[in-house]
Design a protein around this ligand. Structure first.
Ligand SMILES: [Zn+2]
Length: 107
């Protein structure tokens, strides 16, 4: 289940997170797309596949895959919990902020 679509430059980007936390295996370090902490090889993370669909105003064209994003284990766990609750995650905010929004709206 994709998190959300983000519109930009005539295209829509869909994010498709893994369903589970895995081990980060790349040599190059990446920062968590939520809290910006650096991930190194061997850390636990949530990988997020990204697909870009070109939109011509009427229909979506073929998708092409963009570079994966990653979340640290802490943000990834919040992300998976919120997805389980079918919460509409805003990827431009941190997972902590998303969880706060979720809890506030739940009351
Ligand atoms: Zn994080």
């Amino acid at each position: 289940m994709p998190i959300d679509g983000i519109a930009g430059d005539g295209a829509v980007i869909f994010l498709d997170p893994d369903k589970r936390i895995t081990v980060y295996k790349r040599k190059t370090r990446k920062s968590c797309c939520s809290c910006a902490v650096y991930l190194a090889k061997g850390d636990l993370c949530l990988a997020i596949k990204r697909f870009k669909f070109l939109f011509d105003g009427n229909s979506y064209g073929d998708d092409h895959q963009l570079m994966d994003w990653f979340m640290c284990a802490e943000c990834g766990k919040i992300c998976l919990d919120l997805m389980e609750e079918h919460f509409n995650i805003n990827i431009e905010k941190t997972m902590t902020e998303n969880r706060t929004n979720y809890l506030e709206n739940k009351l």
